[in-house]
Design a protein around this ligand. Structure first.
Ligand code: SF4
Ligand code: F3S
Length: 103
């Protein structure tokens, strides 16, 4: 599962379309944890897609990640600011790659 304490251990290594990316980063094999409130560990995500189906406000969309060992697409929190903190995505992700922070 995602390390829920990652914010005290990792640093923001970059941004993609306004979304923070927490390192370490070594693309394409190591992609880090993405997001600030809606956080997905891209190195754990296996592209199950349950999060995308579950979200009532369409926060996520697929992002192609060719060459990543766990999966070649990831749940990208494109509309992170729309999150209503229902936790549906966090609860349905099989590998527990998601952590929601209300603040
Ligand atoms: Fe969507 Fe709810 Fe997950 Fe927020 S917590 S991204 S609203 S499913
Ligand atoms: Fe990935 Fe989990 Fe969603 S595996 S696609 S974050 S349900």
């Amino acid at each position: 599962p995602i390390d829920t304490g990652f914010k005290s251990k990792r640093q923001i290594a970059g941004q993609f379309r306004g979304i923070n990316v927490w390192g370490p980063l070594d693309a394409p094999g190591q992609l880090g944890i993405w997001g600030t409130n809606v956080c997905v560990d891209f190195d754990i995500c296996v592209a199950d897609g349950a999060c995308i189906e579950a979200c009532p406000v369409n926060v996520y969309e697929w992002l192609e990640t060719p060459g990543h060992p766990a999966s070649e697409k990831k749940a990208f929190m494109a509309r992170e600011k729309d999150c209503i903190f229902c936790l549906a995505c966090e609860n349905v992700c099989p590998p527990q790659a998601i952590k929601i922070f209300q603040k």
